[in-house]
Design a protein. Structure first.
Length: 74
């Protein structure tokens, strides 16, 4: 648990704290995936012919789908 999650938990309740934790977790996943894709893209195409925005967008959509699926299971 981080400070933001703890503050939200204390101030707004358990559900809000859990939602904040899930949001921050998903955001971290998106950033990690984007960084990994960036490094792979750079290794495969050093000149940078691929569009960065489309790769990051695809990674963000994949993480959002995973997060939504995880929320529906609860």
């Amino acid at each position: 648990m981080n400070k933001t999650n703890g503050l939200t938990l204390c101030r707004y309740g358990e559900q809000a704290g859990e939602a904040t934790q899930n949001y921050l977790h998903a955001t971290g996943n998106v950033l990690g995936a984007a960084w990994a894709v960036f490094k792979i893209r750079k290794a495969l195409d050093p000149k940078g012919n691929m569009k960065k925005s489309s790769i990051v967008s695809q990674a963000a959509h994949a993480v959002a789908k995973e997060s939504n699926a995880r929320q529906k299971k609860k």
